[in-house]
Design a protein around this ligand. Sequence first.
Ligand code: CAA
Length: 291
Amino acid sequence: MEIRKMGVVGAGQMGNGIAHVLAMAGYEVLLNDITQEALDKGLAHIRDNMERQVSRGKMEEAEMEASLARITPTLTLSDLGKTDMVIESATERETVKQAIFEDLAPHLLPHTILTSNTSSISITRLASRTDRPERFMGFHFMNPVPVMQLVELIRGIATDEETFKTCKAVVDRLGKTSATAEDFPGFIVNRILMPMINEAVYTLYEGVGSVISIDTSMKLGANHPMGPLELADFIGLDTCLAIMNVLHDGLADTKYRPCPLLTKYVEAGWLGRKTGRGFYDYRGETPVPTR
Ligand code: CAA
C-alpha cells in the first residue's frame, strides 16, 4: 500500500522529530496537538533542528523550506482521519492513547493504518480497543529522532503482513533501519537499555561511584556517546521509571525493580533536562552533578 499522507499526534519531543523526518522524506504531514502553544513550540523545534542540519551542510535551505511547507499543524484530531497512516506520539499514558484512538475512529478512512510510538505499552492491548487491530503496529522511534538510525517495529497479535510491510517500507523511505520486536514489555531497546540505566542509578545509590565517575566510566570504558545518568536525564527520569515499572509488573521478576533513588528524583520533580534538574543541574552555563 502506498503511503502519501501521514498524521502525527503530539508535537512534543518525539512527535516533532517524527514530523521532521517524515516531511524530509517527502510525506505530507498533519501534525496535531491539543494547544496552539504546543504546536508552535513543536514547529519552532523542527525549524531549529533543520537549520542546524543546513548549517552543518546536511540539507539545502530550499529543501528545508520545502520540508517545512509539507507540515500542516492542526488542533483538530479528526483531520488526521483522512491520512493513510497515523503515528500516535502523545503522552505515554495508556488512557490518553486509548482516548485518541477512540476519538479518531469515526473519522478514519477504511485503509488508514494506526501506529503508536509507545516505548512500553502493549501494542496488542492498544490495538484491541480499535476497530482495526489487523492494521495496527508499534512504530517506535529513538530520541533524537532526526539523528537516531533505528525504528523498532512491533506487531500486535493481530497485525497483518501487509501492515507490517507497509510500515517497513516507510522506515526504508526515511533512510532509517528497522528492527522487529515481539510485543513484550520494553520490546528490545528498552528491555536492555533501561535495566542498564537503573543499574547505574543503583551504582550511585550504593556509593560505588559519583555521577561523574559513573558517566565517565561508561563513556570512556564502553564507548557510549552519553553516560547512563546523562542519558537518563535526556530521556526523562519519569519515563525511565515508568518503563522500569512496566518491566517489573509485566515480567514479574525482581531483577527489574526500580532503584529507590530513581523514584526519589521523580518524586522531587527532578525529571532531567526538561525540568532543569535531574542527575545534573542544567540551570547554569554547564551541567553540574547533583550528587
Ligand atoms: N535534531 C537534529 N539533529 C541533531 C539533534 C536534533 N535534536 N541533536 C543532535 N543532532 C545532530 C547534530 O547536528 C550533529 O550532526 P552532525 O554529526 O551531522 O554534525 C549530530 O547530531 C551530533 O550532535 P552534537 O555534535 O551536537 O552532539 P553529540 O556528538 O554529543 O551527539 C547525540 C548528540 C546524537 C544525542 C549523542 O549524544 C547520542 O547519540 N546520545 C545517545 C542517544 C540515545 O541513546 N538515544 C536513545 C534514547 S532511548 C530512546 O529514545 C527510546 C525510549 O523509548 C526511551
